[in-house]
Design a protein around this ligand. Structure first.
Ligand code: CP
Length: 398
C-alpha cells in the first residue's frame, strides 16, 4: 500500500511496490486519456531549491495531465528560504495548501528532513550528490520497456560516480534483482561512494568491478549509463576542468559495443555523449525523459491512494489524512555528522541520527546523507556504543 508514503530513497519501496508503479505507468502510456481526471481537486507542490528541467517539468506535466493543479517555486530566492526559513517549517507550511510535495535541494538529506515534518507525501527529486529515486523509476521503466527484464544485465555506469546521485539510486534499485553485474567506470577521483560499495554491493554479494577506460569494458555491457561530470558539486573549478572530458562517447567507441546494448543518460548532457550518437538506434536517453513523466504520473496516483475506478467521483475524499506532525525524533546526544554537504550541517534543530555500518567496527553512518562517522579511538565519543547510536535512530511517519 503506497498511499501516504514518502519516496526519499529507492529502498523505501519494495520490489512489489515498484512493480505496482510500473504496471500503472504502462497502462497510462497505453491510454493516457483514461487518466486525465483522476487527480481533479488535488494540488502538487514543487519545491525546487536547485535548477531542473526534466524532473520539475515532468512532475508538473504529470499532475496537469492527471487533471490536478500545481504550485511551487523553481528558485528558492523567491520563497522565504531566502529569509532563512528551515526545510521543516517550509514543508509544514506547504502541507497546509497542497496534497503532495516534490522537493529538490542541494543539501544531502533535506528531503528526508521534509518527510519527517510533513503531513503529506514527500518525494525526493534529488538531494545534492546523494540520491534521486524518481530518476531511478524513470530508468527502470525505460529498461523494462527496452530489455523486458530487470535481471541478468551487465550494467556499465560511466562518468562522475562520486557526485552523480542518479547512479547511487540506480545501483541500489538494480541490486535487488538477480544476476545483475556492475562495471563502475570513472576516474579514480570520481569513484562511487564507499557506502554504495559497502552497504549495497558488498553486503549483498553483488558482482562489480571498477574500471577507468570505457573502451576496455564497453563490449561486455548490456546497458551503458552515461553521466555528466557534476560541475556544481566540485569544491574548485580547476578539478572540474581537469576531469570534465574524462569520457566522451562517440560512434567510434560504440563500434565494439553489443548490437542490443542500450545507452541511457539521466540528462542534462554536456559533452559526454557526442551528438552523432543520438542517431544510433541504441541511444534511448530522450525516450527515458519521456518515460519520466508517465512513471511520475503513476507515482502521484499511488501516493495519493486514488482509487482509479472511482477517482472521478471521489472529490470529497481526503486521500491523506491531515493529522499534523507526528514525529518521534530522538536527539542523538553522542554524535554529529561531519559532512559539510549534509542538511544537518546548516539546520541545527534537526536531530542527529545514525545507523550501523555493514560489519565495520567503530563506524556508523549518518541516516540523512550516509556519510561515514568514525567512532573515536579508545572508546566512543561521550562513551556511547554503536548499539546506543543505533537505538537513537529517528522514527518518523504520519
Ligand atoms: N535527470 C534530471 O534530474 O534532470 P533535471 O536536472 O533537468 O531535472
Amino acid at each position: 500500500m503506497l498511499k501516504g508514503k514518502h519516496l526519499i530513497d529507492p529502498m523505501d519501496f519494495s520490489v512489489e511496490e515498484f512493480d505496482k508503479i510500473f504496471e500503472l505507468a504502462d497502462q497510462i502510456v497505453s491510454n493516457p486519456g483514461a487518466f486525465s481526471h483522476v487527480c481533479e481537486g488535488k494540488l502538487l507542490a514543487t519545491l525546487f531549491y536547485e535548477p531542473s528541467t526534466r524532473t520539475r517539468f515532468s512532475f508538473e506535466a504529470a499532475m496537469l495531465r492527471l487533471g490536478g493543479k500545481v504550485l511551487g517555486f523553481s528558485e528558492p530566492n523567491s520563497s522565504s528560504a531566502a529569509k532563512g526559513e528551515s526545510v521543516a517549517d517550509t514543508i509544514r507550511t506547504v502541507a497546509c495548501y497542497s496534497d503532495i510535495a516534490v522537493i529538490r535541494h542541494p543539501m544531502e538529506g533535506a528531503p528526508k528532513v521534509a518527510s519527517m515534518y510533513s503531513s503529506i507525501p514527500v518525494i525526493n527529486a534529488g538531494d545534492g550528490g546523494h540520491q534521486h529515486p524518481t530518476q531511478t523509476l524513470t530508468d527502470l521503466l525505460t529498461i523494462k520497456n527496452l530489455k523486458k527484464s530487470f535481471e541478468n544485465h551487465t550494467i556499465g555506469l560511466c562518468g562522475d560516480l562520486k557526485f552523480g546521485r542518479t547512479t547511487h539510486s540506480l545501483v541500489k534499485a538494480l541490486s535487488r534483482y538477480k544476476g545483475n553485474k556492475f562495471i563502475l567506470i570513472s576516474p579514480e577521483e570520481l569513484r562511487i561512494p564507499d557506502y554504495i560499495k559497502k552497504e549495497i554491493l558488498e553486503k549483498h554479494n553483488i558482482e562489480f568491478e571498477e574500471a577507468e577506460r570505457l573502451e576496455d569494458v564497453i563490449d561486455k555491457l548490456d546497458i551503458l549509463y552515461m553521466t555528466r561530470v557534476q560541475r556544481e558539486r566540485f569544491a574548485n573549478v580547476e578539478d572540474y576542468l581537469r576531469l570534465k572530458d574524462s569520457y566522451i562517447l562517440d560512434s567510434d567507441k560504440l563500434k565494439s559495443a553489443k548490437k542490443d546494448m542500450i545507452i541511457l543518460h539521466p540528462l542534462p548532457r554536456v559533452n559526454e555523449i557526442a551528438y552523432e550518437v543520438d542517431e544510433d538506434v541504441r541511444a534511448h536517453y530522450f525516450d527515458q525523459a519521456k518515460y519520466g513523466m508517465f512513471v511520475r504520473m503513476a507515482l502521484i496516483v499511488n501516493l495519493l491512494g486514488l482509487n482509479l475506478s472511482e477517482a472521478a467521483f471521489d472529490k470529497d475524499e481526503d486521500t491523506v489524512k491531515r493529522t499534523g506532525t507526528k514525529i518521534k525524533a530522538i536527539k542523538n546526544e553522542f554524535r554529529k555528522c561531519n559532512n559539510l554537504k549534509c542538511i544537518t550541517s546548516i539546520e541545527e534543530n534537526i536531530p542527529q541520527s545514525f545507523y550501523t555500518s555493514n560489519g565495520e567496527k567503530n563506524t556508523c553512518r549518518c541516516s540523512y546523507c550516509d556519510h561515514e562517522y568514525k567512532i573515536q579511538a579508545g572508546g566512543d565519543f561521550n562513551g556511547a556504543t554503536n548499539k546506543e547510536c543505533e537505538n537513537n535512530r529517528l522514527i518518523s511517519g504520519f
